[in-house]
Structures are given as C-alpha cells and as structure tokens.
Design a protein around this ligand. Structure first.
Ligand code: HEC
Length: 375
C-alpha cells in the first residue's frame, strides 16, 4: 500500500517547528535583565536615596555621611573603576567605612556596571571632566586635568657640589574646568668656602598659575587644557635659584587614555622673560608615556612612566636639550589619594655640563579626605 504523501511533510514541519520556534519561545520565557535603575532601587537606594543624594544619617542610624551622587563636583572626579571596587569589595576597598557593604556576591559585575551607569545620571551637568581623565602626574610634564592637590617635590643633584631643590605646589579647582596654582620653590646648596663646605638655603622663583580645560571627552579618552604661569623673580639668581626676571609661561597640556591601561600626556609651552637682558626666551615640549597596573584585583596602583623632555632657548645657534625621565608612581594608601613618585632626569646631550637629577614627589589629593584618612 502506498504511504500517504502528507506524512513526511508533517514530520518535516514538526522538526522545523521544534528547531526554530521552541528555543525562541523558551528564550522569551527568560526574564529580561533588570535595568540599572531597578537594581539601584533594590540594592542601594535604602542608604543612597532614590535621588542619589544620600539618606540622612539620623534616618539610617549611623553617623557616617552617605555621599551625594547628584553633586557633580564630587561624582565627576571619581572614576568608575574605583566605584566598582567599592561596590564589589565594600567601603574598605578604598579606605571607606564598612557601612558601605560589599555586593560582590549578591550582584554580578555586569549588574554593578548597570547600576553605576544609572548613578552617573544623578549628576546632570556633563561639563565636568570625568575622573578617568585624571592620569597619573608625571614628574615634569604638567597634567591637563584640574586638581585639588598639595605636592611636595624634591630634586637632588649629587654630582660635584650638592644641590637640593624643593617645591611646594598647591592646586585648587574653581568652577568645573579651572584650576589655580601656587608654587613655592626653595632649596639648599653646598658651598665650597673657606676650606670647608657649608650649606646655604634660598627661596626660588614663586609661581602663580591658572589652567582651564578647553576640551574633554570620556568616550575618546582625551582632555586638552590651556594654562599660564607667572614666575616672580623672588629667587637668588647668583646662587642658582632664580632666573633674575619675571617669566610668563603659557602652555597647552593634553592627556590621552590608550588601550590596556596605557596613557600618554603632552605639554608644549614657552618661557617668556619680562627682562630679556636677564634670561632668554625658551620653548619646551614634554611627553610622558605610562601604564597603570593594579596589583591584586583591588589593590595598589603602580604607574611606571617615562618622560621625554626637550627645550631650546630662542636665540640663534642655541642647542636643543633633551632629557629622559624614567619614573615610578605608586598609590600609598587604600583611598589612593596619597601617592609617591620617584625617578631620575637624565640628560641625553651636553652631558659634560648637564647632570643627572634625582626627583621625588609626595602628593596628597586633599579633596578625597584628610592626609591620614583611608590607609
Ligand atoms: C547599608 C547602607 C548602604 C548601602 C545598601 C549601599 N551603600 Fe554605598 N555607601 C554607604 C556609606 C555609609 C558610604 C560612605 C562610606 C564612607 O564615606 O566611609 C557609601 C559609599 C559608597 C561609595 C563611595 C563613593 C566615594 O566616596 O567615592 C560608592 C561608590 C557606593 N557607596 C556605591 C554603592 C552602590 C553601587 C550600592 C548598591 C549596589 C550601595 N553603595 C549600597 C552605605 C551604603
């Protein structure tokens, strides 16, 4: 007996149905991923508030204030990576209170990322440059990012008679893109007098500067600033601690985030003395390349960097001077707002007259809390 022709057709149809329709319908049965907003309301809003401003301490029953995520001045300068550490590991990851719980077990990284995207929406003004663009400070090249910092930097020249020069650099942001800076240099010089060596101390040329971010983009990883500094002739030129003239120093600074934790920073500028009998005009250009390395998943940040420095006095037949500055910056505490950097400025030309200078700075980002907080 002949088989009815429609049986194989039905059979084939069933297979196609099973292969195409069933998995699709079982996929549709899965709940859609929860939005950052929904996850935030469930996991964070009880303390941080539905609007991100933080529930008042009296209501929470503990006296550690909860940060205000809608305050752009605070929120914009924090990088997502640091917030991720805090959310996964809990407050102590960045030297904060244990009252900020750890969510590493309750939430996946993708879920926390979605929450952070939502938290970012509390700051409504996108003109504030984001903390990711705040690249590690090189020893010589000026950063493009505006800072609230106090830096003590020291250079030591040990060839021949010793010279130690130090600078206290105070930086303060104003508005969302600007920064004011005061630099007070001072130093000690070994003197070979009366048959013995003596040390004399001197003040250097005090500097006053302003800087303004003219472009920044987190998507492109770029930040560009223009700035200027006036160096007053307060130093003793004869002792080698001043130029003898007031100098205006305009510059452009640019920072770029590169893939895999690498970054590059550039600065070009000029030193324009008021009194050109005392000092010559000079052009300079500086580049710093480095990489941020986190040791342990939530650990210390090490940033090896190398700077290439070039400068030339703007007079005929002047030499172009080149230096290379290998260095290493490290965060000293959990909050990561106290950092140390050490390196050496090695001349690449004119090595008969120019010497290697050892350099170190200690930096305190005072906006992130007192020096002793977060260790
Ligand atoms: C039990 C209350 C509580 C809950 C729930 C809570 N937090 Fe917190 N959070 C805090 C407190 C308190 C601080 C401030 C800690 C300090 O300053 O020492 C804080 C601080 C933070 C900070 C640090 C901000 C900075 O200063 O850089 C981040 C980021 C953060 N919380 C994210 C979250 C996220 C994301 C969630 C939800 C997944 C969450 N928190 C849930 C209490 C809480």
């Amino acid at each position: 007996m002949k088989k009815p022709p429609y049986l194989p057709t039905i059979f084939l149809f069933c297979i196609v149905f099973a292969a195409c329709i069933l998995p699709a319908s079982s996929q549709a049965a899965k709940p859609p991923p929860q939005s950052g907003q929904a996850l935030y309301s469930q996991a964070c809003a009880a303390c941080h508030g539905a609007d991100g401003t933080g529930v008042p301490s009296e209501k929470l029953g503990f006296n550690v204030p909860v940060p205000d995520f809608s305050d752009c001045n605070f929120a914009s300068r924090e990088a997502n990576l640091d917030w991720m550490y805090v959310a996964v590991v809990g407050g102590p990851a960045r030297g904060f209170s244990r009252l900020m719980p750890s969510f590493g077990e309750a939430l996946s990284k993708q879920q926390i990322e979605r929450i952070l995207d939502y938290i970012r929406s509390f700051c409504k003004n996108k003109n504030w440059p984001r903390g990711e663009l705040n690249l590690p400070r090189p020893l010589v090249t000026t950063k493009a990012y505006p800072e609230d910092e106090l830096v003590l930097s020291t250079s030591v020249n040990t060839e021949g008679l010793d010279v130690i020069t130090s600078e206290i650099i105070y930086e303060q942001r104003f508005g969302f893109r600007n920064q004011f800076e005061l630099v007070v240099p001072f130093g000690w010089r070994e003197n070979d007098e009366n048959g013995g060596t003596e040390w004399t101390s001197n003040l250097g040329d005090i500097g006053l500067g302003v800087k303004r971010v003219v472009y920044h983009s987190l998507e492109k990883g770029s930040i560009l600033s223009v700035g200027g500094e006036i160096l007053l002739a307060t130093g003793d030129e004869e002792e080698g601690f001043g130029s003898g003239s007031t100098v205006f120093e305009p510059y452009i600074a640019y920072g770029q985030i590169l893939p895999a934790g690498f970054f590059a920073q550039f600065q070009v500028g000029a030193g324009l003395p008021y009194d050109d009998d005392e000092a010559n005009e000079e052009a300079f250009w500086r580049a710093a390349f480095g990489k941020a390395i986190y040791v342990g998943e939530y650990g210390r940040r090490w940033s090896p960097m190398v700077e290439i420095l070039g400068s030339r006095e703007l007079v005929s037949e002047a030499d172009t001077n080149w230096d290379i500055v290998p260095q290493l910056q490290v965060t000293l505490n959990h909050r990561q707002h106290v950092r140390l950097c050490a390196g050496a400025r090695i001349p690449l030309n004119d090595t008969d007259t120019r010497e290697t200078v050892y350099m170190v700075y200690l930096l305190w980002d005072w906006f992130d809390g007192p020096f002793i907080a977060g260790w």
